[in-house]
Write a protein that binds this ligand. Structure first.
Ligand code: SAJ
Length: 436
């Protein structure tokens, strides 16, 4: 039985470790956070993801997965630690550096080391390789080294971990092949081999592609509002073109991936990555756009009581990292609003301690307006009539185009939808009433 050490037991490391354990490997899961180690060893789980609890518990019960706080000798090492950005928008590689250093004393000839963390181009060859070679062993000659990015979608991690195509970039051909042999244990998608730096670039390109396209959707929403057009209807029609797929506008782009990764390309080649930088700026400015829209509807948000529905960065997950919903709330507070926020998946948020309430009723009671920030399943199914009896003023801004408009209107709500300029233009008397 072969052993893998997985360093970092977050959204990627833990599912990956459990998956290898479920396929017959002996896996040592490592995390430097003692709370995570304790929680897992006590049978708990520190993150929410469909199907993960059962997989982890089974892996631990079988004895194949053990959780520790420091690495041990193994056949393969997988690094899956966070790579956030600092305030100056440059990559913080501290966790990767520390994790790599912790492997050095345990590295043996014949080992394979794989970096999975999303990283700036050339990290594998310029940062990880020199650290590992402090062991006295030479990458390529004595041990294999590869970069293989995770590409799974939060909310569908277990399915995508198995079925997505997997790219493995080796520092040489043998390293890529060693990586392929490892992941072939459970990956059913195509496994594509390349060099390490190309694999790093592939990962960054994918998330940048999505970020730039969401920025386009957000800019189109702003344009539509100015022109008195409903962007949602326009997108729906445009997307019937066989080569067009405009994404969905919203309150901004969050999460630890798409709002972060494009900066790694900007940092690497700032004088060239101009469109990529601009797209980031458009998406980062979207929360302020939401606040302006609310201020216009209410006259001003100063002194108003506002109910914010949703805190996470997207629907049906418990992750509030880099969440645009949180940004909207902070901007509203800075503008003088009193905000109460409710999210069925997030009960505490250190950043917004005072504002997060425990029930929907506490959130919307006596509110001067509601703003829907996350299209959680639970929010789409809300009973508008019930809420109508609780609020002070029946006004809702839907930033995700997720609420059933007619049900809310029948309950007496004025329903504003981000990107829908058609109603304002009509009420302003613009000659756009051709369908009326
Ligand atoms: N969003 C929009 N409009 C859209 C789609 C998304 O505003 O049309 C927003 C979401 O609300 C959210 C953000 O973008 O705030 C990102 O959400 P997402 O679902 O697009 O992506 P993530 O961050 O959950 O996962 C992405 C995925 N990358 C791509 O789809 C190219 C995933 O495959 C990656 O593995 C993951 O990043 C990662 O870890 O890098």
């Amino acid at each position: 039985m072969k052993t893998i050490c997985v360093l970092g037991l977050g959204y990627i490391g833990l599912p990956t470790a459990s998956m290898f354990a479920a396929h017959g490997w002996r896996v040592i899961g490592i995390d430097i956070n003692s709370h995570i180690v304790r929680t897992l060893n006590d049978g708990g789980l520190h993150i929410q993801e469909a199907g993960l609890k059962a997989l982890v518990q089974e892996a631990m019960a079988s004895g194949n997965l053990i959780v520790r706080s420091a690495p041990e000798a193994a056949d393969a090492f997988i690094i899956a630690v966070p790579t956030p950005i600092d305030h100056d928008k440059t990559a913080n590689m501290r966790a990767v550096t520390l994790a790599t250093e912790s492997i050095v004393p345990h590295l043996r000839p014949g080992n394979l080391v794989v970096l999975e963390s999303t990283s700036p181009p050339r990290t594998t060859v310029d940062l990880v390789k020199p650290i590992l070679e402090r062991s006295g062993l030479k990458a390529g000659d004595d041990f294999s080294l590869a970069y293989s990015p995770e590409r799974v979608l939060p909310g569908q991690i277990l399915k995508e971990l198995v079925n997505n195509a997997r790219v493995i970039g080796g520092i040489d051909r043998a390293s890529a092949e060693a990586g392929r042999d490892l992941y072939a244990t459970f990956v059913r998608g195509e496994i594509v081999l390349t060099d390490a730096t190309t694999a790093e670039m592939v990962k960054l390109m994918e998330n940048t592609f999505r970020d730039v396209n969401i920025a386009l959707a957000n800019e189109l929403a702003r344009i539509a509002e100015r022109l008195g057009v409903n962007v949602w209807e326009a997108i729906d029609i445009a997307n019937r073109h066989p080569r067009v797929n405009v994404l969905r506008p919203g309150p901004g782009v969050g999460g630890h991936c798409i709002s972060v990764d494009p900066w790694f390309l900007v940092e690497a080649v700032p004088d060239v990555a101009l469109l990529i930088r601009e797209a980031r700026m458009v998406n980062d400015a979207q929360p302020e756009f939401v606040v302006k829209r609310l201020a216009a509807a209410l006259g001003s948000v100063d002194g108003k009581v506002l109910a914010a529905l949703g805190l996470t960065y997207k629907a049906d997950v418990d992750d509030a990292r880099e969440s645009p919903a949180v940004e909207v709330i902070k901007h509203l507070q800075m503008a003088g609003a009193q905000v109460r926020a409710f999210d069925p998946y997030v009960r505490h948020l250190p950043d917004l301690r005072e504002s997060v309430v425990e029930s929907l009723e506490q959130c919307v009671g006596q509110a001067d307006g509601i703003v829907l920030l996350v299209d959680h399943r639970e929010f789409k199914a809300l009973d508008a009539l019930h809420l109508a009896g609780l609020v002070c003023r029946r006004l809702v801004l839907d930033t995700r185009n997720a609420l059933p408009r007619s049900a809310w209107e029948s309950a007496g709500f004025e329903v504003l939808v981000l990107g829908d300029g058609s109603r304002q233009a009509l009420s302003a008397g613009a000659p756009l009433d051709i369908l009326a």
